[in-house]
Ligand binder design. Structure first.
Ligand code: G3P
Ligand code: MG
Length: 261
């Protein structure tokens, strides 16, 4: 069976709590070369790894975090919700992830969350990511994506030397191919930033071979989120999909895990 390359979604998120150092470090144990993680900013300008815009689901905290500083965030438990084994996990800062990538030769997709903290915090989010990434070993492969086109374009202008991917969500009430054409039209304006848009990161639900072909023909790599079923992954590989984001990287062959997605 042929599969696309494997990217551990939010780290090894079915084995350890998502977006924690434990989930990222588990990639090393399972021979997974690349992982995806989510980044947002908090009140004191610290960059944190978290998926939701609220602390409720994955930590012992409550509510939003745009008014908090890291001294408050670091007190929260980000592992207990997953299992008692991970009681001491914390919400990591981006700097810790960069350090792990450098030390362990892991590659990654940094997804910038659609920050709702206001204009000033959104500007800071991009500036602070650019500064933090100066510490990344140039040998490491990093792709930056966001569902928020404004943030992606801002990031591209701030870091034109980096690789970017358009992250899209399918509206299941509208024709898919029309949406793909719209994504491609928007993507075609990306070179104005001076940066390279290398890939489209697209929704697995409702994705078709024709839609994949349109994006491949336009010259983009296609990576698909979130695929946990190996049979579906094999079908996507036949269509030419380059990589999948999966919560279950451990279920795929070592050879597909060992290559950057
Ligand atoms: O970046 C791929 C995937 O993570 C996008 O969806 O909601 O899991 O961040 P989400
Ligand atoms: Mg994500």
């Amino acid at each position: 069976m042929t599969y696309p390359h494997i990217i551990a979604h939010r780290g090894m998120s079915s084995l350890a709590p998502e977006n924690t150092m434990a989930a990222f470090a588990a990639c090393i144990d399972y021979g997974v070369k690349s992982f995806e993680f989510d980044v947002d900013i908090i009140g004191d300008g610290s960059l944190i790894c978290i998926h939701d815009d609220s602390l409720d689901r994955t930590t012992t905290g409550k509510g939003g975090y745009y008014n908090l500083d890291y001294s408050a965030i670091r007190k929260l438990d980000a592992g207990k919700w997953f299992s008692d084994t991970y009681t001491f996990e914390r919400i990591p800062e981006l700097a810790s992830v960069i350090e792990l990538m450098n030390k362990s030769q892991l590659d990654a997709n940094l997804e910038i969350k659609p920050c709702q903290g206001g204009h000033v915090l959104r500007e800071k989010l991009i500036q602070h990511i650019a500064v933090a990434l100066r510490e990344l070993d140039p040998q490491r492969r990093l792709v930056i994506s966001s569902f928020d086109p404004e943030l992606l374009w801002m990031a591209a202008k701030a870091m034109p030397e980096r690789n970017f991917a358009a992250l899209t969500e399918t509206n299941h009430d509208e024709p898919l191919l029309e949406q793909v054409q719209m994504w491609l039209d928007i993507a075609a304006t990306f070179p104005e930033t001076g940066a390279t848009l290398q890939a489209m990161h697209v929704d697995n639900e409702g994705l078709t071979a024709e839609a994949v072909k349109m994006m491949k023909d336009a010259g983009y790599k296609v990576r698909v989120w979130t695929v946990n079923d190996p049979a579906r992954a094999a079908e996507l590989a036949e269509w030419g999909v380059d990589a999948i984001f999966t919560d279950k990287a451990q279920d795929f062959p070592e050879s597909d895990r060992a290559v950057s997605g």
